[in-house]
Design a protein around this ligand. Structure first.
Ligand code: 6PG
Length: 231
């Protein structure tokens, strides 16, 4: 299921999403003494990151990670880790912890096993997940074109993190699986622009999740995906 929240401008969306997320993080801290959030990379979330980074919450108790990362050097323009460090782990949020998905040179089985163990200990289930969506209906790095998509969307997948090689997008990726992301009680989809609205309408119109993986979230009976959209 989903709820569509429309905003008149991207700035209003960014502020409203940041307000909402900071309240959720704060209540997780009150309840458990800590909070975890996975954000997405790409071009959409920059303004939201800035807005969230200025919220007054106890950031030292918050662990931030990514829903997915491209396996590139942290200094690369394509690194989501770099994007988050430059735009979210700043201002008041500078004291938050960051859980790195890109660790080491090679994304081998051993690295994945270590990361899965560490993610289970440090941040799962995630208190908040903020997804993006590509024009092919991918979300996180759950790409419809990849050989790993069945495993990525398998609700019985025991691996929270997995390797993905998209065929229509650059870079090998590491991504949280649908099975791990769906455990969050607060799932948001942040999309902007008319093109993405058309993709969203297409995703909402029918149910084949392998054709458009974002549908796994939108049409789930148990996930209440909050869509935030602005022109
Ligand atoms: C990534 C992502 C990905 C992204 C969408 C939307 O690293 O590629 O996390 O899922 O959120 O592709 O990207 P844009 O915001 O650039 O449209």
């Amino acid at each position: 299921m989903y709820q569509l929240n429309n905003f008149d401008s991207r700035e209003q969306l960014d502020e409203s999403l940041a307000d909402n997320i900071s309240k959720i993080l704060e209540s997780s801290i009150t309840l458990k003494g800590k909070a975890s959030i996975a954000v997405s990379g790409g071009s959409t979330p920059k303004g939201f990151f800035k807005a969230l980074s200025n919220k007054s919450i106890d950031w030292k108790k918050v662990t931030i990670t990514l829903a997915d990362e491209r396996w590139v050097d942290i200094n690369s323009d394509d690194s989501n880790t770099r994007l988050v460090h430059e735009n979210l782990l700043v201002n008041k949020a500078a004291s938050a912890k960051f859980f790195h998905l890109k660790q080491g040179d090679e994304l081998c089985e051993e690295t994945l096993a270590d990361l899965n163990l560490a993610a289970n200990n440090a941040l799962l289930p995630l208190d908040v997940v903020i997804l993006g969506m590509g024009e092919d209906g991918h979300t996180a790095s759950l790409f419809p074109c990849s050989d790993e998509i069945e495993q990525g969307l398998d609700v019985t997948n025991i691996n929270a993190l997995m390797k993905i090689q998209p065929k229509t997008a650059p870079h090998q990726r590491i991504t949280f699986s649908f099975a791990a992301l769906k455990e969050s009680k607060n799932v948001f989809l942040h999309v902007c622009g008319d093109n993405k609205k058309q993709v969203l309408d297409q995703a909402l119109s029918t149910h084949n999740i392998f054709e458009m993986p974002i549908r796994a979230f939108l049409h789930s009976d148990v996930i209440d995906t909050q869509i935030y959209w602005a022109k």
